[in-house]
Design a protein around this ligand. Structure first.
Ligand code: RIB
Length: 308
């Protein structure tokens, strides 16, 4: 079987990570941490997750003309990702994320977007041929919203399905000019709440929020609820829940990215929605067992073999 073609339009960051007993409160200093750097950024993580899960990936992004940008591109090349649509930006530094991770694997992230914030609609236009030839377009919200809008509109025009991971949680509901072009949206509970204005606390409230997203124009909404699994609501057919896989968490960073990258590949390969969501759930579970974003992302063999 030939590999599905996945285009990811999104961010690339270098993550500076401190794992310590707990995440400091404002004004507090916590000792006893360990430090690591890792390749990150929601777009880049999803591109790498998709490549390791079996996709042929083109990544559309902007990095600075600096050491971090060079390291990021070298990493993508090692993954076999097509980097021809990545722009080296002389005017902006590469994106950086400061990440604190506690003993339970929960994190707190602050991002300096740098070059990610300069990824423009015309940069996406320059990748329109790749988008039109894709089996799936994957986007997130760590780049300007006008750029997201252009990417999804190009995909819709070419009949290419779009997976939108609406992370980080947007300040306001997304415009219909975006939602109308989205095939699958995959918010977590916080993002679903932000997108719909409704409290999302359990499967029933997640389904209600998902239905509101369907009313907004998307075809399938998948609300992830961490340990409570994924609530999957297709426009046609009944809603269902896919259970999570319980693993001891070292670092939850990029679990959502692992999920989205794997989901895109699974759906583009033609798996059923239920099988694809379970595949994505296994990829996400594997990712929380290691520290760091891209170092934690699973290969296809690991996902296929994972049976917890
Ligand atoms: O989703 C995890 C990612 O969020 C991290 O890699 C960090 O760079 C931030 O973008």
């Amino acid at each position: 079987m030939s590999k599905p073609k996945i285009v990811v339009v999104g961010s690339s960051n270098t993550d500076m990570i401190v794992k310590s007993p707990h995440i400091p409160a404002p004004g507090e200093t916590v000792l006893g941490g360990i430090f690591a750097t890792a390749a990150g950024g929601k777009g880049a993580n999803q591109a790498v997750a998709a490549a390791r899960a079996g996709g042929e990936v083109v990544f559309v992004a902007r990095v600075g003309d600096d050491m971090f940008g060079a390291q990021a591109i070298a990493g993508f090349e090692r993954e076999g990702i097509d980097c021809s649509k990545i722009i080296r930006d002389p005017a902006n530094a590469s994106g950086v994320a400061l990440i604190m991770v506690d003993d339970q694997g929960q994190n707190s992230i602050s991002v300096a977007l740098g070059a990610n914030n300069a990824l423009s609609p015309s940069d996406v236009d320059a990748a329109s041929d790749a988008i039109a030839a894709a089996d799936m377009l994957v986007v997130q919200l760590e780049i300007p919203i006008a750029t997201v809008e252009r990417a999804v509109q190009l995909a819709k025009r070419a009949n290419v399905p779009v997976l939108l991971d609406p992370a980080p949680a947007p300040e306001v509901a997304l415009p219909s000019s975006i939602l109308d072009c989205v095939t699958i949206i995959k918010p977590n509970e916080t993002e679903a709440q932000r997108l719909t204005g409704q409290a999302v606390t359990d499967a029933s409230s997640a389904e209600k929020a998902a239905r509101e997203l369907l009313n907004g124009g998307v075809e399938t909404a998948i609300v992830t609820l961490g340990r409570s699994g994924s609530v999957v609501v297709p426009r046609s057919g009944a809603a269902f829940v896919v259970d999570s896989r319980q693993v001891a968490a070292v670092d939850a960073t990029a679990a959502g990215d692992a999920y989205s990258g794997a989901l895109a590949v699974a759906l583009a390969e033609g798996m059923t929605l239920a099988t694809a969501v379970d595949f994505a759930t296994r990829a996400a579970a594997l990712s929380v067992r290691k520290l760091g974003a891209q170092p934690s992302l699973a290969t296809r063999d690991e996902i296929d073999a994972f049976q917890v």
